[in-house]
Design a protein around this ligand. Sequence first.
Ligand code: SF4
Length: 65
Amino acid sequence: MVKYVIEFNRDACIGCGACEKACDNWVIQEDGKSKPKKAELDEVGCNKDAADICPVACIKINEKK
Ligand code: SF4
């Protein structure tokens, strides 16, 4: 069941790759910016690590209402 939704400010992403290293749900795309494979999550898992490590804090994880 989807319990969490990733809110990602892609404009703010600087393409540092930290999220990709921290969590396999995050992949740097051809344009140099990251993107989550899945934006709707059953479990937060390593996405929390990605959010915590992002230097520009452009990853947020919200509980689905
Ligand atoms: S850690 Fe943040 S700034 Fe770095 S690639 Fe991931 S989303 Fe972009």
